[in-house]
Write a protein of this length. Sequence first.
Length: 76
Amino acid sequence: MPMAADDIAAMIRDAIPDAEVEITDLAGDGDHYAARVVAPSFAGLSRVKQHQRVYAALGGRMGGVLHALQLSTAAS
């Protein structure tokens, strides 16, 4: 069963409380999303580390119930 955009955003916000999260369903199928995550706590982290924090927030759902996520992150 696909994940809802609101569920993805909530999981990210739960793990990264200072994050502003914007989710877009790219294909209208609930399987292909774009996420923009901006969090002051990303300051000083490489882009790879920022992405790892977001993927960790999703608790292993990538490649399973969440098929594809186009991710963009920033510290501010």
